[in-house]
Design a binder for this molecule. Structure first.
Ligand code: CAA
Length: 240
């Protein structure tokens, strides 16, 4: 069915693949991005997917964007909170700015966009929300107290909102990706990354497609009995 789907951080990396999969499933996709105009333009030209620039960590910016999307293509019934950044460093080196940036973008964005779309989903008696967590929110990761806290928060947020959404036909689930071959993971120092890959039973990084297929599954119209769950897609690196 041609429902409107918003994918935050949807023009690059895992998000771009999610946008493509949802379009292939017949959704009207809007992919948001915060900074990289060039990548967004190339993505829009290649896929024909509508792109929208706003900071998902900024409540007022989200409010404006959600209203615009509503006016342009209709109410959002599928929301994929994928936008995420890293500011890695040991606690000794981490600044308050790095902490705030990661909490606002990765976790604050989930609050902002769920808050701003929930009413329309309730009215439609239908909603699909997928929040992209992380293996590092489940297991922790050296040098990532900010990121692990935000992603772990996403998993709690998901379980709480799932309870609120159930009676309105709104499902809320999380995916916990492992290490996926994207710019974010390629920024990890090569020696550190090699040690991480050595601990993945499948012996490789994940592909964005591995995660996108999970999102397509969790947002299917038929998937109305799956809520509050976390789907780990990590090559066996962490079994939880
Ligand atoms: N466990 C225990 N000790 C560790 C360690 C670990 N995993 N990693 C490093 N150390 C130790 C080092 O051996 C070193 O000890 P010595 O001083 O005794 O030699 C000490 O900690 C400091 O290490 P560094 O000099 O490397 O510290 P740094 O501050 O320069 O860098 C770091 C630390 C930024 C965390 C760097 O190691 C790093 O980038 N690690 C990778 C973090 C990571 O996995 N990020 C994931 C990004 S992708 C993502 O987040 C997507 C997703 O969802 C999966």
């Amino acid at each position: 069915m041609s429902r409107v789907a918003l994918v935050t951080g949807g023009t690059r990396g895992i998000g771009a693949e999610i946008s493509r999969h949802l379009k292939a499933a017949g959704r009207i996709v809007v992919a948001s991005y915060a900074g990289n105009d060039e990548a967004a333009k190339a993505f829009a030209e290649e896929t024909g997917i509508l792109v929208k620039k706003f900071d998902a960590g900024d409540f007022e910016a989200c409010k404006t964007a959600v209203a615009e999307i509503h006016a342009e293509v209709g109410p959002i019934e599928i929301l994929v909170n994928n936008a995420g950044i890293t500011r890695d460093g040991t606690l000794a080196k981490m600044t308050r700015e790095w902490w705030d940036a990661v909490i606002d973008t990765n976790l604050g964005s989930c609050f902002n966009l769920c808050k701003l779309t929930f009413e329309d989903m309730r009215a439609a008696k239908f909603g699909r929300i997928v929040n992209i967590g992380s293996i590092n929110g489940q297991a922790g990761q050296y040098g990532q107290v900010n990121y692990a806290a935000a992603k772990s928060g996403i998993h709690g947020f998901t379980k709480a909102l799932a309870q609120e959404g159930a009676r309105f036909g709104i499902t809320v689930n999380a995916i916990a990706p492992g290490y996926v071959d994207t710019d974010m993971v390629r920024a990890v120092p090569p020696d550190v990354l090699q040690k991480i890959i050595a601990k993945i039973p499948m012996g490789r990084l994940g592909h964005a497609d591995d995660i996108a297929r999970g999102v397509a599954f969790l947002t299917a119209d038929e998937g109305d009995f799956i809520t509050g769950s976390t789907l780990s897609i990590n090559g066996g690196q962490h079994m939880y």
